[in-house]
Design a protein around this ligand. Structure first.
Ligand SMILES: Cc1cc2nc3c(=O)[nH]c(=O)nc-3n(C[C@H](O)[C@H](O)[C@H](O)COP(=O)(O)OP(=O)(O)OC[C@H]3O[C@@H](n4cnc5c(N)ncnc54)[C@H](O)[C@@H]3O)c2cc1C
Length: 404
């Protein structure tokens, strides 16, 4: 019953058509695709089942410079932009497993936040280690009463000499067991009536799984990831003042800045994961015969695949437009949100179509498509829900009333 998935089929390649894509971009795609091809579904399944970090994969990406794709050369990176990061994430996701989404915690939340908002000392300390594959991040924002409503966080940080004492609880925090640092979002002051975002401070917490002031409780989350999600309880956790990222009380402004790149990275991973589902569906449809005919010959099979592919292509255009605007210093909030919305839904559609194409095999773990669907579906909720994205579009593009 086990069948080897043949993977990427040439018929689905549409390279050279992306927003502003150059021959250098094409070279990045080819190189990254080769790395991804070395890590098959069996490798990812093993990492997911045993909850182990894909260290060889990570080190391969580091050795080729991809973990430092946006990190300036003076800090050991390759100094490229978000367009290149999106290409890397798309191609790695298209290679399968958690290949692309793995970028969100470290190169995006760690790398981009510190690159843009870190002190010179923090840049020296963290960026070379991120680029070299020596440092991994986790990100502690969500709380039981503050998921969609970020402003509601009540993990507090109080100044005590040259340290801060942190108390509170975070929920759903991914990958703390692998992290060398946690970007932790705390409240240091009450919000101002005229500025509800005021009063939030970001800390870089070293070795979060080994801190005396942190207790980790694993959560039972049904997603095919190698990381575990945790409830993180902080009891008098002491963090030195120089581990504040950005300004005290000004953390939310810089977090919002980074969140656009998180949405772009999520969109790129949705596009890549969705294309992976299409690749597998096309492969299967062209091989599987029922009633003495390849199932791909039936329009009932072919057209839904074509629809999902078309939707992914549209999402892909918006992803690269958002990336390009970010790189050119333009406001990309709308494009980043639209890209995340369309990519997550198109990827779910592609996963769903791929499952249907695979018949009963679509529900087995020998075939990758059910996992792709779960990951795509997750992207509709995480890191930001699609309802909040639609709220953003309604309010900021269409001038409609804010509902909350
Ligand atoms: C696998 C996984 C990994 C995660 N990893 C991390 C991590 O590493 N770090 C981290 O900080 N967080 C993480 N999260 C948390 C994630 O970001 C939140 O679950 C997400 O932001 C939604 O928050 P919530 O669960 O509190 O939903 P809620 O805020 O309770 O929302 C519930 C529903 O109500 C809807 N809703 C709420 N308000 C409105 C409104 N005004 N208009 C329309 N709809 C509305 C929401 O869209 C959603 O559908 C993770 C979650 C999962 C499942």
């Amino acid at each position: 019953m086990t069948k080897t998935v043949t993977g990427i089929v040439d018929a689905c390649l549409v390279d050279g058509m992306d927003y502003g894509e150059t021959s250098e971009h094409q070279m990045i795609r080819d190189t990254v695709r080769e790395i991804a091809a070395d890590y098959d579904w069996g490798y990812w399944k093993d990492c997911i089942e045993n909850k182990t970090f894909p260290e060889e994969y990570w080190q391969d990406l580091a050795a080729d410079g991809w973990l430092g794709v946006t990190i300036p050369e003076e800090y050991g990176g390759v100094g490229m932009g978000m367009v290149e990061m999106s290409i890397v994430i798309e191609e790695l996701s298209r290679g399968g497993g958690q290949g692309g989404i793995i970028f969100v915690l470290t190169p995006v939340f760690g790398g981009i936040s510190i690159e843009r908002h870190g002190s010179p000392e923090q840049k020296e300390e963290f960026l070379p280690r991120i680029a070299s594959g020596d440092m991994k991040f986790s990100m502690g924002l969500t709380e039981a009463a503050a998921g969609t409503n970020t402003l509601n966080i009540d993990t507090t940080a109080e100044k005590d000499g040259d340290e801060f004492v942190i108390n509170g609880q975070k929920m759903w925090i991914s990958g703390v067991e692998n992290a060398d640092e946690m970007l932790l979002v705390t409240r240091t002051s009450e919000p101002k009536p005229e500025d509800p975002a005021y009063g939030v401070t970001l800390f870089l917490v070293p070795d979060p799984s080994e801190q005396d002031g942190i207790e980790l409780t694993p959560l039972d989350v049904e997603v095919p990831w190698f990381e575990t999600q945790y409830q993180v309880d902080m009891n008098n956790l002491r963090v030195p003042e120089d581990r504040i990222l950005g300004a005290e009380d000004g953390g939310l402004y810089l977090l919002w800045d980074t969140l656009n790149t998180e949405r772009i990275a999520g969109a790129a991973s949705g596009v890549g994961g969705g294309l992976r589902a299409i690749d597998l569906a096309v492969d299967y449809a062209n091989e599987r015969s029922v009633f003495d005919q390849k199932i791909g010959a039936h329009q009932a099979i072919q057209h839904p695949i074509a629809d999902a592919y078309a939707d992914l292509m549209c999402a892909r255009e918006m992803t690269y437009k958002a990336s390009w605007k970010w790189d050119n210093g333009e406001d990309c909030g709308m494009e980043a949100n639209v890209a995340k919305l369309r990519a997550s839904e198109a990827a779910t559609e592609a996963g769903d179509v791929a499952i249907q194409t695979h018949g009963g095999n679509g529900f087995t773990s020998d075939y990758e498509v059910y996992d792709i669907w779960q990951n795509s579906r997750l992207l509709e909720t995480v890191p930001v829900t699609n309802e909040m994205v639609r709220n953003y579009i309604g309010e900021h593009a269409l001038g409609m009333p804010k509902s909350y």
